[in-house]
Design a protein around this ligand. Structure first.
Ligand code: IVH
Length: 682
């Protein structure tokens, strides 16, 4: 076997360092530096070199995150220190009583105790062991005493450091934390499973645990899992951290993701405030949490307090209301979406799920109804989390009433009576009526008028329903022929509101190419794809003329999306609608996309808190249009933080790191100036 020369060794080392840095930036800091293409290129190059020189492969090489062959089973791993559970608190009184117990043992006042508070992540607990800074083993919690060795699987998580960062690694470190799946990843995973007919998970916790217990690490590698550290069970030699919060900062410094929500609160009433505030925020985190873990911050006091049975005396879990509840399925209705997709919607006996009344839930499609084996009259488990539409996750068949009715999937569109089609290999059934179907027409027009599309102010859902039902509007182009006189004849449309709408329509005619492409409502073309298409082709006519191959050359456009785009522009009625739109005066600067000013090229921005004048997504899109990257967390390299109302930990972090912070008014001013092409520094 040939031996690598010094230059090759250096190249291998550099590639590894670059790839691990890229992983860290992306998966721990949410602040990517490399593009996917650059990452892939470097990864392929490293793999090639390692194949040529197999002696050079090390366990901490980024290539080792994906390659391990399937296991026969998982070895039993005895935890050096048991992984304990926590006692629960369910009320303010329980928290106060916990603080009181701690204070009595420590012979002090509850108000004098500092508590570190952080989200109780709802995932799968794991433990990672590092020797001389290198990951040597990883295991599940199991029964707390012994777990399963799943090192190869844990290696595939990019947020699990294979080697600790920094100069001096401890000789031994055991880090514990939770592996979670974000709502977005969970939804995508289940959606794919529904399409492929493979296993659908009831919730992100099951999905995380199930993904970790795959015998083939290559399967785990495809699952969107994240490791969040919350404890250091062993460090040798002792680093003398005084507090849990300082220790978490240390873990963050050496490469782990730790909670961005961690705060130290003094006394039980501040802890209760923290729990209330996090409860408010729960739906916006993007992942499941089931409460707050409250820990005595001082590590010396933790040792003094010790343990009882299976739980520490120095910590407690305050539990939020459950995100799953049971109720009765009263009926199923079928809704027709913009692309004709027919979705069964469960009408439920209203039930309060974690503070929100739920009376509808999605049943996705016919396969899902079959999978759940659900009938009208059944008792069903409903899950609601974040922005995700409530779902029926389970049926309690023991409670099925004798008169439970089977759900019949319609063969004709419930709105326009056209045939319902289900293409070979597709899970979704669709109304074949196209724009003949008023439901599809309404949805297409709602989409066209939406904030992210042409943004027609004052054209709400009810009004669109009326316009379509009266046959005044068949295609989006018809909107621009509405007159004040005509609109005034509609119920609840006075002269003023009619004039406003006509003015808003006039204003909306000035748009951008990406918005226009998005507004057309081409299947699977979301905002990001619309931007990519516009950037790539520069003009609408170039896009219209593009063939399948040319479309597939666009960033993030695969064969399926390319085919949708291609078919869309080949359809006569779409061509007519586009022509009519242009004729009625819809316009944009063709050059805007190609040569729009990008004064923020190379800068990373962070948006935090609530913005009054726009959504965060809008702010993000506008920044990106100016060349900036928009990240989810603040680091030294952040160029600027925009702090809206109630900005929290990111603002604090920015202040700590001396990163420039601007308020919303300043942000708007600068955006406008940059968008006009006026030079100014951030
Ligand atoms: S600390 C001595 N912190 O909750 C136990 N646990 O009921 C120290 N969990 O199995 C645990 N988020 O998996 C801690 N921020 C957090 C947590 C957390 C979730 C889980 C953990 C454990 C269970 C305890």
């Amino acid at each position: 076997m040939s031996q690598p020369d010094a230059a090759v060794l250096k190249e291998i080392a550099t590639l590894r360092a670059e790839l691990e840095e890229a992983n860290y930036r992306y998966y721990v800091l949410d602040d990517p530096t490399l593009t996917d293409a650059e990452y892939d290129r470097k990864f392929q190059r490293l793999k090639q070199l390692e194949e040529k020189y197999p002696d050079q492969v090390t366990p901490d090489s980024p290539t080792q995150r994906v390659g391990a062959p399937p296991a026969e089973g998982f070895p039993e791993v005895t935890h050096a220190i048991p992984m304990l559970s926590l006692d629960n608190a369910f009320s303010r009184d329980d928290i106060v009583a916990f603080a009181q117990r701690v204070a009595e043992r420590l012979e002090c006042e509850p108000d004098d105790i500092a508590f570190s508070c952080e989200p109780k992540l709802d995932g799968a607990a794991v433990s990672l062991v590092y020797e001389q800074g290198v990951l040597v083993s990883g295991a599940t919690r199991g029964d707390g005493r012994t777990g399963e060795g799943i090192t190869s699987n844990l290696r595939t998580l990019r947020s699990v450091p294979l080697r600790l960062r920094g100069e001096k690694a401890p000789s031994l470190l055991e880090v514990r934390g939770e592996v979670i799946m974000r709502h977005s990843g969970f939804e995508a995973l289940n959606e794919r499973a529904r399409e492929e007919g493979s296993k659908v998970f009831a919730n992100p916790r099951n999905a995380a645990a199930g993904s970790l217990r795959q015998l083939d690490p290559r399967v785990t590698a495809t699952r969107p899992l994240e490791f969040h550290a919350y404890q250091a069970a062993r460090i040798e030699p002792d680093m003398n951290d005084k507090t849990h919060s300082a220790l978490m900062q240390r873990l963050s410094d050496i490469g782990f993701r730790t909670s961005a929500e961690l705060s130290v609160m003094h006394g039980p009433s501040a802890v209760v405030d923290y729990c209330d505030a996090l409860g408010e925020k729960r739906d916006r985190l993007g992942f499941d949490i089931d409460g707050v873990v409250i820990k005595v911050d001082d590590l010396r006091l933790q040792r003094e307090l010790g343990f009882v049975a299976r739980a520490p005396r120095w910590a407690i879990a305050f539990k939020f209301p459950a995100q799953e509840e049971t109720t009765q399925l009263n009926d199923v209705e079928f809704q027709v979406g913009r692309t004709g997709a027919i979705t069964p919607v469960a009408r439920l006996e209203p039930v309060n799920v974690a503070g929100v009344t739920v009376s509808n839930a999605t049943l996705h499609n016919a396969d899902e109804i079959a999978r759940l084996d659900v009938r009208i009259g059944d008792t069903v488990a409903i899950r609601r989390a974040g922005d995700v539409i409530p779902q029926v996750v389970r049926v309690d068949k023991d409670k099925r009433p004798k008169d439970a009715r089977e759900i019949e999937f319609p063969r004709r569109c419930p709105v326009c009576d056209s045939d319902v089609e289900r293409l070979e290999g597709e899970a979704v059934a669709r109304c074949s009526g196209g724009l003949y179907c008023p439901a599809q027409r309404k949805e297409a027009i709602k989409h066209f008028a939406g904030r992210r599309a042409l943004d027609i102010d004052g054209l709400g859902e009810k009004l669109i329903d009326q316009l379509v039902e009266r046959d005044w509007v068949e295609t989006p182009a018809d909107l621009f022929h509405l007159s004040v006189e005509q609109l005034q004849t509609l119920p609840r449309m006075a002269k003023k509101s009619s004039t406003n709408l006509v003015n808003a329509l006039e204003k909306a005619k000035n748009t951008t190419l990406p918005r226009f492409i998005y507004a057309l409502g081409i299947r699977e073309v979301g905002e990001a794809t619309a931007v990519n298409l516009a950037t790539h082709f520069g003009t609408l006519s170039a896009l219209q003329a593009a063939d399948q191959d040319a479309l597939e050359a666009v960033e993030d456009v695969g064969p399926v999306v390319a085919a949708h785009v291609h078919t869309f522009f080949r359809q006569e009625h779409n061509q007519e609608t586009i022509e009519a739109l242009l004729k009625s005066g819809v316009r944009w600067e063709e050059s805007e996309v190609e040569q729009g000013p990008t004064p923020l090229e190379g800068q990373t921005w962070v948006l935090t808190g609530t913005l009054e004048s726009m959504t965060r997504d809008d702010g993000k899109a506008r920044l990106q249009a100016l060349g900036a990257k928009v990240a989810g967390s603040v680091s030294k390299k952040t160029a600027c933080v925009v702090a809206g109302e109630a900005a929290g930990s990111k603002l604090t972090k920015a202040e700590e790191l001396d990163v420039p912070v601007i308020d919303e008014a300043t942000f708007l001013e600068r955006l406008k100036a940059w968008e006009k092409g006026e030079e100014e520094d951030a």
